[in-house]
Design a protein around this ligand. Structure first.
Ligand code: BGC
Length: 929
């Protein structure tokens, strides 16, 4: 007995010891798994994916013991059960490298609809291995036209001869349906679908998704995006029904003030393919074909992007997307086979969604109508919940602003009617939102409701719609107007990232103006996770390039006028380079290199001895032009030549990154020759503009694009300052010059001048529009003023993101976060505080390696800064200092911390290199007088 209990006791001890030693070991050996696993441009477990050989990215966890990655291993399999040890598609094996983003898949070729699983592990700086990450997956869409067994179908709506607002033929929305029976139990079901137009789809009476206006907008004569939905949960055994509504959208509606169309002959159509995997492993398919039925006698009578939607509830077709409905009186659709010329490709970025709900803040009543003020200019649709009487028509109008007398300001919508109608089929509260249109507005005016009811704010809610991306950064400061500017920039982004980057969201344009995109792109990348958005649109840019290399004014190019503009077409070199610099992904450069070369070639064709004669919109909307012209005062030839040089240089840089030595030499040489010619043609020996009008923008272009010999640069900077001084310390720049102001003044050591321009309250300036009540960025510095009212030109959008380009400098220099090496592998933290304007500023940003944040504060002659640097990066930090005063880092002296490297020191600054982690810096500071 005694012996037994002793041995029991001993056994327990051994077990305990074993367990303790195990946990101790585990603790030492196991590092938390990699996080935020994504593929390609940042997709998380996508279905209907577009790319058969994507890249893989992950982030290291923020934890003690993880500073850097020394190696990784990726495994990819056709079945999760095979991971990690029997990966049948790819095993990267252990790769000794710190690369943790954009690792190329090099496994077996993948095919349409294939689903694959993957995971990753990493080794830290001490060569300790992590746990395997969670298993991720992706599933490909239909990659080739040959994968489509379905046909395009639709009704001949053109024959109905319905006339629209501009005397144009318009198409009534169609309701298309098909019932089908499944003989077997379904294990999983996919719906592959798209439209020549925009669609909404339901199966067995249930919405398939909350996507807004799928499939989105591409150069339709070349490529239409297809969408994949997992509809396994909607399919029933036995009888099923699919119903699709299709309206004109961008494909078959009018676009642009020139009344352009992708096709005014082709009627809207859909194509769809339901693919089932049955429980017994067999496959079945239901496709769109001539057996489908359709009608145009549904409730949506008309729907146009510019003009709005008309809905007649009396025509609602109950249960038409269920099997409990007879379509015997519906028409047979016409079916057309898939055309090889138009590629059907899975969408490569996210759909538009209703992302934010804005509540009405104030109600204004005026005779017979009522105005709901959301107090924020926004883009999307209103959700109305309003009492109505049977037979009455609710009319909804929109405006971005009210006129001083309280009336609706709609002149700036130009020919866009932007008006919705709802006809009630019974008394009671109607709940409705339009489906195939969108509006840019702050105010919603309703008339035709039941006036016996007391208006209530919850009658109107604004549904803010934009491409479904997450916000990626934050910026805030001690100055309310600067914070309002940041908010206006973000709202400009939300308002104009509606599947493509648009100039404006409200008038008869809403097109992908290339110049606007070029100017605002970099700032958008700080504020939102828009890599996939831009990469996708760049595909449309490539597809829209003319044979001669020219890049059109708008992309998709619905204007079909073969016209180009300097500073607009250069979007094809600027955006890829900026994206590469912020992500570190060379794919964006690889994809666009040929297009860049083509565009530089076009520049060459319209130049003589390197001096450009390319025309265009020049420094568009420069304020106070001497000649009153929207194109401003800067010489067109100077602008064309400057952008010729800029694009040649970016193409050279791209060639260098891609290891194309010959191309690098060629384009670098070209850039140098253009710069020489530019200098000789437009600048005298003192670095002053000659032969053409001297403007702020001419100096900005010369300096920002590095077009002057070194010995002239100092003088040119002085002349630029003189120009600014002559303008009473105000900017005189339009679309092309404005984004360069901060870069050039900063590089010139004139940060204080930039602060002055940024904080100017009077016209023209950013704060001027804020003082006039702007809640978004305006097209013009003076789109509206309290003294003079609306700008008399009706090209006067109150939601035009271009001047929001200043956001880049706010992040990079006011808050102080920028990449020093592509993709933030090396981060620069170098804020430039100016206590005349600010006592604090802070920003945070998601980078490919994790969150970087920086926030500084100046109080009682002390500068303090909190900085977070993610794993697998290093950072160079520049901190203002006075003379020999000591800098404290996490309450210790610099010399006491061995991991921190002192890089340089001067009387005003100290520069150090730090490793990943969280730091607090404190140093004495001289407040500016
Ligand atoms: C658009 C712009 C565009 C411009 C070209 C305008 O109508 O709204 O923002 O860049 O035309 O000059």
């Amino acid at each position: 007995m005694y012996y037994k209990s002793i041995s029991k006791y001993f056994l327990r001890l051994v077990v305990c010891f074993f367990l303790i030693s195990q946990t101790a070991c585990t603790k030492k050996q196991t590092l938390a798994a990699a996080q935020n696993l994504t593929i390609a441009e940042g997709f998380e477990n996508p279905i209907g994916f577009y790319e058969a050989s994507p890249t893989f990215s992950w982030k290291l966890p923020n934890m003690d013991g993880v500073k850097n990655q020394s190696a990784y291993q990726i495994v990819v399999a056709s079945n999760p059960d095979l991971l990690p040890d029997q990966a049948d598609l790819w095993n990267s094996e252990k790769q000794e490298t710190d690369q943790s983003a954009w690792v190329k898949y090099e496994g077996e070729a993948l095919k349409s609809s294939q689903k694959v699983y993957w995971q990753v592990k990493y080794w830290n700086q001490d060569k300790e291995g992590s746990d395997w990450s969670e298993i991720q997956n992706f599933e490909l869409g239909l990659l080739d036209n040959d994968d489509w067994k379905a046909q395009w179908i639709g009704l001949p709506t053109k024959d109905e001869g319905v006339i629209g607002s501009q005397n144009n033929i318009i198409h009534r929305p169609q309701y298309l349906r098909k019932g089908f029976e499944l003989s077997n139990e379904v294990a999983s079901a996919r719906l592959y679908i798209t439209a020549k137009g925009v669609f909404d789809v339901a199966i067995n009476g249930k919405d398939v998704s909350d996507d807004v206006m799928p499939p989105g907008y591409t150069p339709y004569h070349k490529r239409i995006e297809t969408i994949t939905y997992d509809v396994s949960d909607l399919i029933e055994s036995g009888q099923n029904t699919i119903g699709v509504e299709v309206a004109s959208g961008w494909h078959s509606g009018r676009l642009g003030w020139m009344k352009s169309y992708w096709s005014d002959t082709e009627t809207p159509k859909i194509i769809c393919q339901l693919e089932f995997t049955m429980k017994d492993g067999s496959k079945e398919m239901v496709v769109s074909d001539s057996s489908w039925k359709g009608t145009t006698d549904g409730p949506i009578r008309l729907s146009e992007i510019y003009d709005g939607e008309t809905y007649d509830a009396n025509l609602e077709i109950h249960k038409w997307t269920t099997s409990n409905f007879s379509d015997k009186n519906w028409k047979a659709v016409k079916a057309f086979s898939v055309d090889d010329k138009i590629r059907l490709e899975p969408k490569r970025h996210t759909m538009v969604k209703s992302r934010i709900e804005l509540k009405t803040q104030e109600i204004i009543q005026r005779d017979g109508s009522i105005i709901f003020d959301l107090k924020q200019n926004m883009v999307g649709v209103p959700l109305v919940k309003i009492p109505m009487k049977k037979g009455d028509t609710l009319k909804t109008r929109f405006a971005e602003m009210l006129s001083p007398d309280g009336t609706f300001y709609t002149d700036n919508y130009r020919t866009a009617q932007s008006t919705n109608y709802y006809i009630a089929d019974k008394d009671g509260v109607v709940e409705w939102m339009p489906k195939f249109t969108f509006h840019g507005f702050r105010y919603v005016e309703l008339s035709g409701y039941d006036t016996s009811e007391k208006p209530s704010k919850d009658w109107v809610t604004g549904l803010v719609q934009y491409s479904d991306f997450e916000e990626n950064g934050t910026f805030t400061s001690s100055n309310d107007k600067l914070n309002q500017l940041q908010s206006n920039i973000v709202w400009g982004l939300r308002g104009n990232f509606f599947d493509i980057p648009t100039d404006c969201p409200q008038r008869d344009e809403r097109m992908g103006w290339t110049g606007d995109a070029q100017v605002f792109g970099p700032t958008s990348m700080f504020n939102a996770d828009v890599y996939k958005f831009w990469a996708s649109w760049m595909q449309s840019v490539r597809e829209s390039q003319f044979e001669n290399g020219g890049i059109p004014w708008v992309v998709p190019d619905v204007l079909f006028n073969d016209k180009v503009s300097a500073g607009w077409g250069d979007v094809c070199t600027i955006i890829p380079w900026k994206i590469y610099y912020r992500t570190g992904d060379t794919k964006i450069l690889e994809e666009n290199f040929e297009t860049m070369k083509g565009w530089v070639g076009y520049h060459e064709q319209v130049s003589k001895d390197y001096i450009s004669s390319m025309d265009g919109f020049a420094d568009w909307l420069q304020p106070l032009p001497a000649n009153g012209d929207n194109k401003g005062d800067t010489s067109h030839s100077l602008i064309g030549t400057a952008f010729f040089a800029r694009s040649a240089k970016l193409t050279a840089q791209t060639a260098e990154v891609l290891g194309k030595t010959e191309d690098f030499k060629k384009f670098n040489e070209l850039y140098k020759n253009i710069a020489k010619a530019f200098d000789a043609e437009f600048f005298d020996e003192n670095g002053k503009v000659k032969g053409v009008t001297s403007t702020q923008t001419s100096y900005l272009l010369a300096l920002a694009f590095d077009l002057l010999p070194e010995d002239k640069q100092e003088n040119a900077k002085k002349f630029l300052l003189e120009e600014i001084n002559n303008a009473d310390d105000h900017l005189r720049t339009g679309f092309l010059g404005t984004p360069l102001l901060s870069q050039v003044l900063d590089e010139t050591g004139q940060v204080d001048v930039m602060y002055k321009l940024l904080f100017n309250e009077t016209y023209p300036s950013w704060f001027y529009s804020i003082n006039q009540g702007a809640t978004t960025i305006w097209e013009r510095w003076n789109s509206y003023s309290k003294e003079e009212g609306f700008n008399p030109q009706n090209m006067n959008s109150l939601n035009h993101y271009a001047y929001g380009a200043i956001g880049e400098w706010m992040y990079e220099r006011i808050a102080g976060i920028s990449p020093l090496e592509a993709g933030y592998k090396v981060i620069k933290i170098a804020p430039v505080p100016n206590t005349n304007y600010l006592t604090t500023a802070a920003a945070s940003l998601q980078t490919p390696y994790g969150t970087v944040s920086n926030s500084w504060k100046i109080t009682d002659n002390q500068f303090s800064m909190e900085t977070q640097i993610p794993p697998n990066t290093t950072a160079k930090i520049t901190i203002p200092k006075i003379g020999n005063e000591e800098l404290l880092i996490n309450n210790q002296k610099l010399t006491a911390i061995k991991e921190i490297k002192l890089l340089s020191t001067s009387d005003d600054f100290i520069e150090i290199e730090i490793q990943p982690g969280t730091y607090n810096f404190i140093t004495p500071y001289n407040q500016k007088k």
